[in-house]
Design a protein around this ligand. Structure first.
Ligand code: RB5
Length: 160
């Protein structure tokens, strides 16, 4: 079942801009309200700005998901993942995108404009958005990730 929040945050750095335009068109054509957060030109800029902006929209609940694009998908996903509650996955094939939803309840997707072509990118996007979190045994692990995030510790690991 599709989420009732059909808003999706979309952002990229300068490298990701051409692919972002394609992704934006696809999302809009598939019923999503796209909150496009830039970058607005192909002039060199810094991916953390855009990973952060998209992540905050997801964190606040304004957007159900976020999609972020840079050259590799790495820098922008690292940036998004610094925002509490964000689980942003860099994916260059659909299998990981699906499992990231089913097992990891990923709320953001990243990919690299220098890594994937537009057809593959759209296949990854579609697969990610169709994936449903399965809960169950996976929730305990997500709770452990959240514990690491909030406490910088993990009781179950008895780390000294
Ligand atoms: C920009 O040249 C490039 O470093 C950026 O798009 C991204 O690939 C970083 O992870």
């Amino acid at each position: 079942m599709m989420s009732t929040n059909m808003r999706i945050a979309l952002a990229s750095d300068h490298v990701g801009l051409p692919l972002r335009r394609i992704v934006n068109g696809w999302l809009a054509g598939h019923g999503w309200t796209v909150v496009d957060l830039g970058a607005d030109s192909e002039e060199r800029t810094d991916y953390p700005l855009f990973g952060f902006k998209a992540a905050r929209r997801v964190q606040s609940g304004d957007c159900r998901f976020g999609i972020v694009i840079c050259g590799t998908g790495i820098g922008i996903s690292l940036s998004a993942n610094k925002v509490h509650g964000i689980r942003c996955v860099p994916c260059s094939e659909p299998y990981s995108a699906l499992l990231a939803r089913q097992h990891n309840d990923a709320n953001m997707l990243a990919f690299g404009a220098r890594v994937v072509g537009s057809d593959l990118a759209l296949m990854i996007v579609r697969t990610f958005l169709e994936g449903e979190y399965e809960g169950g045994r996976h929730q305990r692990r997500l709770d452990m990730i959240a514990e690491i995030e909030t406490t910088q510790d993990l009781a179950a690991a008895a780390v000294t």
